[in-house]
Design a protein around this ligand. Structure first.
Ligand code: URP
Ligand code: ZN
Ligand code: ZN
Length: 474
């Protein structure tokens, strides 16, 4: 009661009536329902006055326990979804992995086994197709029945997950035929690997060179190529973790031609830069400190204006949403595998806990309205990935996934006492970030899982989300 309800469509002073796991009504403040004074009748009243009441965040790009770079992403489904809950994210969509030579069904079953009974919040899967061949193409026919309505291909990482243009074309034909949404990691991996080898051989071995090898031209080129192959096949295309302004321009141009082409960016591409990484030093790690920010696509130059371009893309809707690409690795025993050779640093940043707070800073700085904040972090992810109605909106019939957000609160991000960090990492890529705003309470299907007193969730509360086809395509 007493809060400001924010949906993607606008804001209103309203009370939200929860019955069991679902929202029963969104009502004018203090109203009666069928002549009954609600405040006297309900089991429990949560005072939200002075706060924003929003649909729970949906992080549509996470990698719990991903085997990568000779190690595994450090958050399990248990620790990662608990951190999500702390940060106001009540649904995740993780990437089940099929590797080359493996059956898609087996990759998917392995992911179900990791997640089932361990999640604090609801979870769905996309399917990574790491090897496009006649068997995986056939297996893709069954994904929709499994509630998996999107798959990811990689133009990067030759020898790990890579698809060449012929494979991409065939998988996109399957996408067009079935309605599965194609998600693309758009970087020219073979060219990047040559540049990386040349840099390494020239003695340029530190973390910063990761971003130099992964030049924006090779993101622009791959984005363009993906868009054109999608165009030929009629597949809808969602480009993940966009960081180069030239890639946004490619997406914008395709959209202007009326294509079902979409782009996601991540908090790191809005706030962090290659220059920050170049200057990073610590007593403990020396200039290997920069390994904390090794991710792909890489952080880009602030001088070149990429971060401003990401904000602008969110403003013009050429980028429709923000996910984290949460792929955490500790410095000790994980990132440090690449000491002396940046190519061996496991790629990834952990941000699942901070996405709602970091994007709220867009509201504080006047770059986003409150409804747009909700739209890019919850409503569009729900529509894009077939969860809308159940998730992504505060309306009757929706799951009671609700965040009570204090716009006058404060959050200190980072590791240690008084800081917000709950991810299974020995550092934070966001250490020292101060946020105007605070996640006060989090409800997942009607259960209060976070409040001022702490975490009250439980592993196994989170359920698998069978998703519908994308509700965002035209
Ligand atoms: O650096 C990243 N993004 N690691 C996760 C794997 C991927 O490409 O999304
Ligand atoms: Zn990727
Ligand atoms: Zn990813």
């Amino acid at each position: 009661t007493g809060g400001t309800v924010v949906n993607a469509t606008g804001t209103a002073q309203a009370d939200v009536l929860v019955d069991g796991e679902a929202i029963a009504a969104v009502l004018a403040p203090g109203s009666q329902l069928l002549g009954v004074d609600l405040a006297r009748t309900v089991d429990r009243v949560i005072d939200a006055s002075g706060r924003l009441v929003i649909p729970g965040g949906i992080d549509a790009h996470t990698h719990m326990e991903l085997p990568f770079g000779g190690t595994n992403a450090s958050d399990t489904f248990e620790t990662g979804t608990r951190a999500a809950a702390w940060g106001g994210t009540t649904s995740i969509i993780d990437f089940a992995v099929q590797r080359y030579g493996e059956r898609v069904e087996d990759g998917l079953a392995a992911w179900h086994a990791k997640a089932a009974g361990n999640c604090a919040v609801d979870y769905g899967f996309h399917q990574i197709i790491g090897g496009v061949d006649e068997f995986s193409l056939k297996a893709m026919d069954s994904l929709i029945d499994e509630g998996i309505t999107s798959f990811k291909l990689f133009m990067a990482y030759p020898g790990v997950f890579y698809s060449d243009d012929a494979q991409i074309l065939k998988a996109m034909q399957k996408s067009a035929e079935t309605g599965l949404l194609t998600m693309m990691h758009a970087e020219n991996g073979p060219a990047i690997d040559v540049l990386a080898e040349q840099l390494y051989s020239a003695g340029k071995t530190g973390p910063y060179w990761h971003g130099i090898a992964r030049a924006w031209q090779l993101e622009e080129e791959a984005t363009h190529r993906a868009i054109m192959i999608a165009d030929v096949t009629g597949a809808p295309l969602y480009v993940v973790h966009v960081s180069a302004q030239q890639a946004v321009a490619q997406i914008a141009a395709a959209r202007d031609r009326g294509r079902n082409v979409f782009g996601e960016t991540c908090p790191q591409y809005l706030y962090l830069s290659l220059e920050d990484q170049l200057g990073a030093r610590s007593e403990e790690w020396g200039d290997f400190e920069g390994a904390k920010w090794v991710c792909s696509t890489p952080l880009r130059s602030r001088a070149e204006g990429h971060q401003d371009a990401m904000w602008q893309g969110l403003r013009t809707n050429d980028l429709q949403m923000v996910s984290t690409d949460h792929c955490p690795f500790c410095m000790k025993e994980q990132k440090e595998l690449g000491r002396g050779d940046f190519r061996a640093i496991p790629n990834g940043i952990g941000s699942i806990e901070h996405r709602m707070d970091l994007l709220y800073q867009g509201v504080v700085t006047g770059r986003l309205t409150p409804p747009r904040w909700v739209e890019i972090t919850s409503t569009t992810p729900a529509r894009m990935f077939g969860l809308y109605g159940r998730k992504g909106v505060l309306q009757p019939g929706a799951d009671a996934d609700i965040v009570i957000y204090d716009p006058n609160g404060h959050t200190s991000i980072g590791v240690g006492e008084g800081r917000s960090h709950h991810m299974a990492m020995d550092h934070s890529a966001w250490e020292g970030f101060e946020v105007d705003g605070h996640v006060d309470q989090v409800l997942s299907r009607g259960a209060v899982i976070v409040d001022e007193r702490g975490y009250h969730g439980a592993k196994g509360h989170g359920r698998f989300l069978k998703r519908d086809l994308s509700q965002y395509l035209i």
